[in-house]
Design a protein around this ligand. Sequence first.
Ligand SMILES: N[C@@H](CCC(=O)N[C@@H](CS)C(=O)NCC(=O)O)C(=O)O
Length: 220
Amino acid sequence: MSALEQPILVSHKLCPFVQRSVITLLHKKIDFTIEYISLERKPDWFVEISPLGKVPLLRIKDTVLFESAVINEYLDETHGEPMLPKDPLEKAEHRSWIEFSSSINNIQFQLTQARREETFSKIEEDLNKKLAHLEKRIGDKGFFNGKEFSLVDSSFAPFLMRSKILAENTGVDTVSDYKKLQKWRENLLSLPEVKKSVVKDFEDLYMESIYERGGYLADQ
Ligand SMILES: N[C@@H](CCC(=O)N[C@@H](CS)C(=O)NCC(=O)O)C(=O)O
């Protein structure tokens, strides 16, 4: 495939939703081009083609796909070994957890934004309750559903990567109560498709974005 025919992933360096599509693209060994934009000053061409004004977008010739879960399912259906179960009930359950991972990303973002300790604690409590459900569901063989890397794994890896960075830089580890989640995190973060899914200076950029906001977490 020539560079001109490759799918283009319109991205932002810090976006966890972009990252899940990058992980899926890398896992499937699909050639793609990545194009970073500023979300503070969205380019006109992006505003023109992005119905929700959000990244990621996947441009395939004249077609624009949006919503990371939809992009990932398209990539899954068109390339390589399936990353969702065949059985409709199991597939629907996996989709439920992918949807859940989007809420978890949003809560983690709110946690990094919280200005006061009281707000931070409320968000942390909410996150903890939700993660307890996840801890009950995940397997203990390294992946969400056993030994195979699935779309649920690629959807949670960005949250888990950020939780590790936050733990190392602030001492706040949002998965510290959950043994299976910790094991899952170690396994996912050791995979090449996850390691290569962010820019080289991701940790610095991520922490800088948190320090710039100057919220409660920045003082830890
Ligand atoms: N549900 C969307 C969420 C995407 C999303 O929230 N992207 C953020 C960056 S991480 C964004 O583009 N925000 C820009 C804006 O809302 O103006 C998905 O899964 O793709």
